[in-house]
Design a binder for this molecule. Structure first.
Ligand code: ZN
Length: 410
């Protein structure tokens, strides 16, 4: 029987569990040991450690302390792994925990985290998604249901001390260019809410003061939020410390490319069944690998028909940006939102669909000066009604007055 190496008790705070941590640091002690050929299960909290509840208020999204995230399970030591190796990991399965068959999606207040379209949706909002096997739907967003492409938002190996110092130096330099910006340009280390796993005493306090926040993706992988890094994928992780130190969390039942809603995909606690396929000794140099590489799952939701929205790097004020993919993708998303509003959705509901459904984002053109072109692929088969354009115009779906909870700043 496959052993569950890390268990979580969702009725208790993750701070009480010493197999959980919420910072990256070279010295965080390993909590379990495996060897190539082993497979094992790790249970995970949702990324907020259970702060977001299954109810009809967005107050928790508004009030969440973002210095506490992400709660990760690990690190797991892999026998024989050494710096410079590639650790080959198979994602054998991912799923919900019994009794917790739901997830959440939301957007943060602009003053507490913000998000990709925070200027258009500045207040905290939330949708709850019920998970039935491989399908999901939301009582806050009628007329849509889909199969999830389940994946961990965040997984990677511990950084070595030099890499950690480089992260902190370069992110501090970015913050210094505009320290007052809301939301901030990056998130510096913050000892106050650091959970350093099994570290104790002065060593723990010193590491908490310099441990990197888990928010951005970095060279080791980390919070990449790649929907296709899903159940069935095989990943090649760079190793930086002896034993590798693999940690994982931020499980997503489903997510659109870009995780544009930021809080986040369909977020859930759950389990991940991992297999250590092998180690490629010296693989980073042999293959010129700096960031993880991966092979996709043999299965994915079989949606074949899409309505594809284009966006270019000219913002809503008419300002011309130079080959700016951020602006172009924003425009593609806003075009899709404005379109879905014609069928009866609120802007918030449409935004939430783009953040949760298996929506594809593509870099379509990035050389035709001055405009980058992004495309957003919206699967049409996830809707209970026809969203295609036609001569008769859009036929609004009956939403029964349902909308997502909203909690403006106090
Ligand atoms: Zn997430």
């Amino acid at each position: 029987m496959t052993e569950t190496l890390i268990k979580v008790d969702l009725s208790k705070s993750p701070l009480e569990n010493d197999m959980i941590h919420n910072r990256w640091h070279s010295d965080i002690p390993m909590v379990a040991k495996v060897k190539p050929g082993d497979d094992f299960i790790l249970q995970c909290y949702d990324w907020t450690g259970g702060f977001i509840k299954n109810n009809d208020s967005a107050d928790d999204i508004r009030d969440v302390d973002l210095t506490t995230v992400h709660y990760l399970s690990g690190p797991v030591e892999v026998e024989g792994a050494e710096p410079g190796d590639l650790l080959v990991v198979d994602f054998l399965d991912i799923g919900v925990l019994p009794g917790h068959e739901w997830g959440f999606n939301g957007f943060f207040s602009k003053t507490n985290g913000g998000g990709f379209l925070t200027d258009y949706f500045p207040s905290a909002q939330k949708s709850i998604w019920d998970i039935k096997g491989m399908f999901t739907s939301s009582r806050h967003i009628p007329g849509v249901n889909f199969a999830g492409l389940i994946h961990p938002g965040l997984i990677g190996c511990l950084p070595d001390p030099k890499m950690l110092a480089d992260w902190n130096t370069r992110e501090a330099a970015l913050i210094a260019t505009n320290p007052a910006r809301v939301p901030g340009l990056a998130n510096p280390p913050f000892a106050g809410t650091a959970h350093m796993g099994r570290m104790k005493g002065e060593a723990r306090d010193a590491a908490a003061a310099t441990g990197a926040r888990t928010v951005p993706p970095r060279e080791h992988g980390g919070n990449c939020d790649i929907k296709d890094l899903s159940r069935g994928a095989r990943v090649y992780f760079p190793v930086y410390v002896k034993g590798a130190g693999l940690s994982v969390g931020d499980l997503h039942f489903s997510q659109g490319d870009g995780e544009i809603t930021f809080c986040g995909a369909i977020e859930m606690p759950g389990f991940i069944h991992l297999g250590i396929h092998s180690l490629i000794k010296g693989g980073m140099a042999k293959y010129g690998v700096k960031n993880p590489i991966f092979k996709p799952s043999p299965i994915k939701p079989n949606y074949q028909d899409f309505l594809i929205f284009e966006g270019i790097s000219v913002d809503d004020s008419g300002k011309q940006h130079y080959l700016d993919m951020f602006t172009a993708y924003q425009q593609a998303c806003l075009n899709a939102i404005n379109y879905l509003k014609k069928f009866g959705y609120s802007g918030a509901q449409a935004y939430s669909i783009l953040g949760t459904a298996p929506v594809q984002g593509h870099i379509s053109g990035i050389v035709d000066v001055p405009n980058a072109c992004a495309t957003l692929y919206l699967p049409t088969e996830i809707f209970d009604f026809d969203i295609n354009p036609g001569a008769d115009g859009p036929k609004p779906f009956n939403m029964n007055g349902i909308d997502m909870p909203i909690s403006p700043d106090l």
